[in-house]
Design a protein around this ligand. Structure first.
Ligand code: ZN
Length: 276
């Protein structure tokens, strides 16, 4: 087994980044390159289930940083809101089985109602699953999404909104996820990152790049250094806020998923070392 390289000690890869690989392939390929942390997406464990996946992962020198992703609380339908709460409780149990200390929340939105109403339902959803999270010891990370997703994917679009929500709920288990793809444009980002740090809300840090032009709203994220996000500056703010967790590479890209994934992973490491 390759010894971890010091420079990669804080590198974490989301399994969705190398979506064509099975969980086993990802574990083999990541660890062979000295990567010691991964965030697990639901689709990667669908076939074997969380318990088996957790057992498999523990056979490797691999830390699970988070389980991705829960949330999607708002709906104009009461029964759908209840289904979302039940789903999230199940996801929390899967996170615990995987050994993931954090469930990442893509909060959701319903275009049939106002953003304010969706935000209220997000808060109610988090409050409803919080006792379950507490009993399992799994944290909840509110991930603000870029405003282009406000129609259907998330009514939480700035770090300020995520901080406000965490502050309102006031639990050690509820914090925020800073994803550069969603937040890089915000003129208040530095101030809000420092605030997250002061409040102990900084649960996770996701990196990639914003390509110009972006050809697909979901699946055209860039490799670090390929776009216009000031990655080193934002990393500096995270460090100033005393964040000492992993740098998680999360790239959805039809272009990269169609190439040889081993070569792509080498490119990720190179981009991480040179640009992140
Ligand atoms: Zn993210």
């Amino acid at each position: 087994m390759t010894e971890p390289i010091e420079e990669l000690s804080r590198l974490c890869i989301h399994t969705i980044t190398t979506k064509p690989w099975s969980l086993e392939e990802a574990l083999d390929q990541y660890t062979a390159r000295g990567i010691r942390a991964m965030s697990v997406w639901q689709n990667a464990i669908e076939s074997m289930g969380a318990v088996k996946a957790g057992e498999r992962i523990r056979q490797y020198p691999m830390e699970v940083v988070s389980y991705v992703r829960g949330g999607f609380f708002p709906s104009i339908s009461l029964s759908k809101r209840q289904d979302a709460i039940d789903d999230n409780k199940k996801l929390l149990e899967e996170a615990a089985a995987l050994g993931a200390p954090l469930l990442v929340l893509v909060c959701g939105a319903d275009s049939g109602q106002s953003l304010a109403k969706s935000r209220k339902q997000i808060r109610e959803g988090i409050e409803a699953i919080l006792p379950h999270a507490e009993s399992l010891g799994v944290r909840l990370g509110i991930e603000p999404l870029h405003p282009m997703y406000a129609g259907a994917r998330s009514a939480i679009n700035t770090l300020e909104q995520a901080n406000d929500l965490a502050s309102f709920i006031e639990s050690d288990l509820v914090g925020v996820v800073v994803d550069v793809y969603h937040l890089w444009w915000d003129m208040h980002l530095k101030r809000q990152i420092l605030r997250s740090g002061l409040e102990d809300y900084l649960f996770a840090y996701h990196i990639c790049d914003w390509k110009v032009p972006t050809e697909d709203m979901l699946n055209d994220r860039g490799l670090m250094g390929e776009g216009c996000i000031p990655l080193r500056q934002i990393r500096g703010w995270m460090e100033e806020a005393s964040f000492d967790g992993y740098h998680e590479v999360e790239i959805f890209s039809n272009r990269y998923w169609s190439m040889n994934q081993a070569e792509f992973l080498d490119q990720i490491i190179n981009a991480y070392l040179n640009h992140a």
